[in-house]
Design a protein around this ligand. Structure first.
Ligand SMILES: [Zn+2]
Ligand SMILES: [Zn+2]
Length: 429
């Protein structure tokens, strides 16, 4: 849930204590020795004013309750809602109102998860993040259970993957906050964004869907109740049968089109098998930081790690939108004279016989696939998700554009509605 507007005005209240459920036995995985990790040198002056070891009182309890809610300590609701969930911290604070080492361990893990300096002190920067609205999916949840560590990739996995890349969806109901047609487009735009960056496709069905979208308030039949306006915005289930893949929005939020698309983009990521990212620019960052309806490189790297990235072409002549070339793969003109090859050195080259006619000039830049995206852009990406070259033809007028390797030796990206979006200008051989 990325945005440039990181901090908003919701600053006034400190963490509201949540209803306390009895915490019982201490089960779970062993925690790392976090005291040796983290960048102590980056601690800024704000830290001195925060809550740290030895602090006592209601604010300390508020921190504990907040971390407990998001997966750091024993929580029966999370255990019921998320298969194989275990708390990120293996021990409980002895007294919820005393800031002890068990609470400090949770604060350190929380700071690492959300891209904050790892100080173990609830400083002003940490408080600001804790006050922002977010997804209710617990942090560090990566079944079948992993030992939390501060050494984490930005993107994470959540549950399994769908066995098919042709997925179905259904609208269980709609919010009354704005027009139904616009609700549909906001959510379908979110699906479109994931489709444009993966081999996945989505089609609407009236029953038997993989992913359902619904709006609910309070207790709504799943074990995780919504909390009214702000706070938790939505949640989603990882791929699977039953509730698997389902996305629930808190209907108390007061949705608008861009707001809903931003949150849907994040929740669909969960429904496809992605967990939270530590990259604050990523869609899969746990917090809502303002409306942003585009995926970040980290999100693309995440979805590629879960699903084969794009189908390879079959037959000659065309690289259709949604298809791509991996190392040493080619698409040929139908007369067999011209070969557009994505080489193992990362260079995309058009050959006639052994002679190159055109090249992307990306030899050695680390690209590992060339993809004809559904947004009309031909892009060479690194496995990390970072683009190293693009035809520069992304855009709504080029959606579903296809690339042709023509018998005249010209490589052309044709717009879906006709017309040329890009050409290698190697005609006519
Ligand atoms: Zn989430
Ligand atoms: Zn729900």
């Amino acid at each position: 849930m990325a945005s440039t507007n990181l901090f908003d005005s919701r600053f006034a209240l400190f963490l509201a204590p949540l209803a306390l459920a009895a915490s019982t036995t201490l089960v779970g995985c062993a925690g790392d020795d976090v005291s040796t990790l983290g960048d102590e040198a980056s601690v800024d002056a704000e830290s001195a004013a925060g809550l740290g070891l030895g602090a006592r009182g209601a604010e300390v309890r508020g921190v504990y309750e907040y971390l407990r809610r998001y997966g750091y300590y024993q929580n029966e609701e999370l255990a019921e809602h998320y298969a194989d969930w275990t708390p990120a911290v293996s021990r409980e604070p002895a007294d919820p109102e005393l800031f002890d080492e068990a609470l400090e361990e949770g604060v350190r893990l929380y700071q690492a998860q959300h891209g904050l300096p790892v100080t173990g002190v609830v400083d002003a920067a940490t408080q600001r993040i804790m006050q922002m609205p977010r997804c209710s999916h617990p942090d560090y949840y990566d079944p079948p259970s992993v030992v939390p560590t501060l050494d984490i990739d930005p993107y994470t996995h959540f549950g399994g993957t769908w066995s098919s890349t042709a997925l179905t969806y259904r609208f269980a109901n709609y919010t009354s906050d704005f027009a139904q047609a616009s609700v549909r487009s906001a959510i379908e735009n979110a699906l479109f964004s994931w489709r444009s960056s993966s081999s996945l496709s989505f089609s609407e069905v009236s029953s038997g869907e993989n992913i359902s979208f619904g709006f609910y308030t309070g207790s709504h039949g799943c074990s995780s109740a919504f909390d009214g306006s702000s706070g938790v915005l939505a949640h989603a289930y990882s791929p699977g049968g039953g509730l698997g893949g389902d996305v629930h929005f808190d209907d108390a939020e007061g949705w608008s089109s861009a707001y809903l698309e931003t949150v849907a983009l994040h929740e669909v990521g969960h429904a496809l098998g992605l967990g939270h990212s530590t990259d604050s620019a990523a869609t899969m960052y746990a917090y809502y930081t303002g409306n942003d309806t585009s995926l970040a490189d980290d999100d693309r790297a995440g979805i590629w790690s879960r699903y084969a990235a794009y189908a390879s072409p079959s037959g000659c002549g065309w690289l259709s939108s949604g298809q791509g070339l991996g190392a040493e793969q080619s698409v040929w003109s139908c007369d067999g004279r011209f070969q557009l090859k994505f080489q193992g050195d990362g260079n995309l080259v058009l050959y006639q016989g052994g002679s190159p006619l055109w090249a992307s000039g990306t030899n050695g830049k680390g690209g590992d696939r060339a993809i004809m995206q559904e947004d009309g852009n031909l892009v060479i990406y690194k496995s990390t998700g970072q683009p190293v070259w693009a035809s520069g033809t992304a855009g709504s007028s080029n959606y579903y554009a296809n690339l042709a390797v023509q018998n005249d030796g010209n490589v052309v990206i044709y717009r879906s509605g006709g017309g040329v979006a890009w050409a290698s200008n190697t005609c006519c051989h």
